[in-house]
Design a protein. Structure first.
Length: 298
């Protein structure tokens, strides 16, 4: 995110209302539409839409409040939250805007209605289409709304702002959105498989930016695992030349602890082909430090 130089004096940095580690951003590849499409260029291609300016109100709690129409209804009072991995609507807004039916079943937990889709969300001069949302009454919104004396209807999170290059001007109380070509992964649909274990990653050769020659297994101890088991070391690979063996438990790669397969891929992605990388493994209960020089290639 790009921001204007420096926030207004006295405003501290805010944590997101929904910044929790176990919630993933729920989004698919989504369409965009502006209130007014620019005319087509002579070559027949429409030029990039002009950036849209959206005003916001800075609340006493230091949250940014925007007013938005949802499916043509509203306006609704929504918090713009850079720490929120999802876009959320309370039940009142969800029902009032026709996002969900009034008789849709509620979970006993926070009146959860589940995932839904907003056809259009209009905020300032910008219209987003096919926006995935989760409908439930978040307790933080209720508490904040009561403190402010006016109800809050939801939170605009990652599934909205990831579509744009966003500039926040705290002096003018304005946000500027410039559409970008970015595919938002549907992480919530991937979440069950992720919780069950990274099976797909375990079947692939570790080769983010260079060839390593490893196959990995998911850690058996979950979060308490000391590292990631190495299932196979390919003959003649950089891993084999460094002395890594099947059964070794990879605990550190470079400067990063590796307790999950995702950690290994992230750490390996930082390593340059042809450059030595320090690797720490557990073998027969003893710590062993090796040096791997990943090779160029894919």
């Amino acid at each position: 995110m790009r921001a204007a130089p420096g926030p207004r004096p006295g405003i501290p940095i805010r944590a997101g209302l929904l910044a929790v580690p176990f919630v993933a951003a729920a989004a698919a590849a989504l369409g965009l539409a502006h209130a007014q499409e620019p005319p087509a260029s002579p070559a027949g291609k429409a030029p990039a839409p002009a950036p849209a300016v959206v005003p916001f109100t800075m609340l006493p709690s230091n949250h940014m409040l925007v007013k938005a129409k949802i499916n043509g209804k509203g306006p609704y009072r929504l918090i713009f939250d850079l720490g929120a991995p999802i876009t959320l609507l309370g039940n009142r807004a969800g029902e009032g805007a026709g996002v969900i039916k009034a008789d849709a079943p509620k979970s006993f937990l926070l009146g959860m209605r589940g995932e839904a889709e907003v056809k259009t969300l209009e905020v300032g001069g910008l219209t987003a289409t096919k926006l995935p949302v989760v409908v439930f009454d978040h307790p933080a919104l209720k508490v904040l709304g009561e403190a402010l004396g006016e109800p809050l209807d939801g939170i605009i999170g990652f599934t909205f702002f990831a579509r744009y290059r966003t500039t926040i001007d705290y002096q003018k109380d304005e946000m500027t959105f410039e559409p970008i070509d970015f595919r938002i992964r549907d992480l919530m649909k991937e979440l069950p498989n992720r919780l069950a274990g990274p099976r797909e990653a375990a079947r692939k050769i570790l080769a983010p930016r260079a060839v390593w020659g490893l196959r990995l297994d998911p850690p058996k101890g979950g979060a308490d695992s000391p590292g990631v088991p190495i299932r196979e070391v390919l003959a003649g690979s950089p891993a084999a030349l460094a002395g890594l063996k099947p059964g070794d438990v990879l605990t550190t790669l470079g400067d990063r602890w590796t307790t999950t397969v995702a950690d290994v891929f992230a750490a390996a992605g930082d390593a340059e082909p042809g450059q030595d990388a320090r690797v720490v493994v557990l073998r027969d209960g003893k710590e062993l430090i090796l040096t791997v020089r990943p090779a160029a290639g894919t």
